[in-house]
Design a protein around this ligand. Structure first.
Ligand code: PMT
Length: 426
């Protein structure tokens, strides 16, 4: 039994045996991008560690990488010719770059220099590696390596944040003595650690529970028009739902994200459908729910909308203004109530008080399979980068303590996979 204190409530939680639902079903095809940093000398060992763990590795080098490690060494350990030129007629005659982009189950970039991270953040396609990243829907993992000052420069910090928001996974860097003689964060993780982290994900990615399953997810706020320029809205930034979409995609699911208005880019490989109002979100979800294996409602949907939006901009003639609001459809409850082809249905509960009691009431009253409850208000839950969740299902619960939303999304994905597998095992 695992104990946790969360929202001031001490919880006894059954440990979720994520490993029990995870099995590597086929060799992972990994496209390893090598950029031009001193840590590239570790790449032959990285390839060996990946191959040892059953992966097939295709190396793609940037032009600068060849100054630090030879293509011949990487060909010898990977057993495949190394690719580097975008316009190489001989290589393109074999597997062209679009076919190569589609071939990869995962893209790993190690080492990723500050320059390469900047090019990725800008979406450049000025060599083979950056072109492949743009042309692929495979999950991307980046292992940075650079001088500690470069890693901490605001430009690099902003670029890394862009990649994170795009759903890329960052492994490292580690801190310590650097080749340049300085000490600090910027060392590439050790090859065995990178291989373990990547193929643990690969195991999750091919888990019997989520691989190839269609997951339909809502995220972000809705906006309900008062007049053509004003609306009733809420503080949801979409960070929690988008992080979950990225984690589910990394776990091998085919993810459709129905999103209210946010400033976030769609995570790589996720299909996003943009909506504005609760009614639009309801229609987009109900049109797809029967084709989904799992439905997750992370959106903050307006419960009410103005009864009669004003056709023109409202003028401020009176001292008070009364808005009549009418109920919106409850998307989550309507999906849970489907009688045929009902997906495994996961709700969220955003509560300012009595988190557990309100969440359990929603689990039962809406007929859900699972609910993830968070405390909200005063800078917590909505908009924040970190969050904590109490997850309930019939006969079980699990506490996920305060952590960054991407890490929380990984943990929630493992729980969803576990419970979904239990629900389908008869
Ligand atoms: O987006 P962030 O800034 O990262 O913040 C994350 C979050 C706080 C928005 C997220 O973690 C969260 O809690 N989402 C659900 C917010 C919410 O509306 O909770 P609720 O308790 O009011 O609704 C319960 C459930 O019913 C939710 O799954 C909601 O999506 C769903 N619902 C609600 C009303 C409605 N008309 N239709 C629905 O589907």
């Amino acid at each position: 039994m695992e104990c946790a204190t969360i929202f001031g409530v001490s919880m006894e939680c059954p440990r979720v045996n994520v490993a029990s639902t995870v099995s590597v079903e086929k060799s992972q095809k990994i496209l390893l991008g090598v950029s031009g940093g001193i840590a590239a000398y570790k790449c032959p060992e990285l390839v060996r560690r990946l191959v040892e763990r059953g992966a097939t590795v295709q190396v793609v080098m940037t032009e600068a990488a060849a100054s630090f490690v030879t293509p011949l060494s990487l060909q010898a350990v990977s057993g495949r010719p190394v690719r580097s030129a975008l316009l190489d007629p001989r290589a393109e005659a074999g597997m062209d770059h679009i076919a190569l982009a589609r071939w990869a189950d995962q893209i790993l970039i190690a080492p990723a220099t500050a320059h390469l991270i900047a090019r990725l953040a800008c979406g450049l396609a000025d060599d083979l590696l950056t072109t492949l990243v743009l042309a692929s829907t495979a999950p991307v993992t980046v292992a940075p390596a650079m001088n500690q000052q470069m890693w901490q420069h605001p430009a690099t910090v902003a670029n890394v944040e862009t990649l994170r928001r795009r759903g890329y996974r960052l492994l490292g860097p580690a801190a310590g003595a650097q080749a340049c003689g300085e000490t600090g964060p910027g060392r590439m993780l050790e090859p065995a650690d990178i291989a373990d982290a990547l193929l643990a994900d690969a195991a999750a990615g091919t888990s019997a529970a989520l691989a190839g399953r269609h997951v339909l997810l809502t995220a972000g706020p809705t906006r309900e028009a008062i007049d053509p320029v004003r609306y009733v809205g809420n503080r949801s930034s979409g960070k929690m739902g988008y992080a979950l979409a990225a984690a589910l995609r990394r776990a091998g699911a085919e993810v459709t994200l129905v999103s209210g208005p946010t400033a976030l880019p769609a995570p790589a490989g996720v299909t996003r459908i943009d909506v504005e109002t609760a009614a639009e979100m309801h229609a987009a979800v109900m049109a797809r729910a029967r084709d989904a294996a799992i439905f997750v409602a992370a959106a903050a949907v307006a419960d009410y909308r103005p009864a009669a939006p004003h056709p023109g901009k409202l003028k401020k003639h009176a001292d008070t203004l009364t808005l009549e609001l009418v109920r919106n459809p409850d998307i989550l409850a309507d999906v849970a109530a489907l009688t045929a082809d009902r997906p495994f249905t996961v709700g969220f509960a955003a509560e300012t008080d009595d988190v557990e009691a309100h969440a359990l009431a929603k689990l039962h009253n809406k007929g859900l399979d699972m609910i993830a409850a968070n405390r909200v208000g005063s800078g917590v839950g909505f908009e924040a980068d970190d969050n904590a969740l109490l997850v309930f299902w019939h006969g079980g619960r699990h506490a996920l303590p305060m952590m960054p939303k991407p890490a929380l999304a990984e943990a929630l994905t493992a729980l969803i996979a576990d419970r979904y597998a239990a629900s389908t095992s008869g």
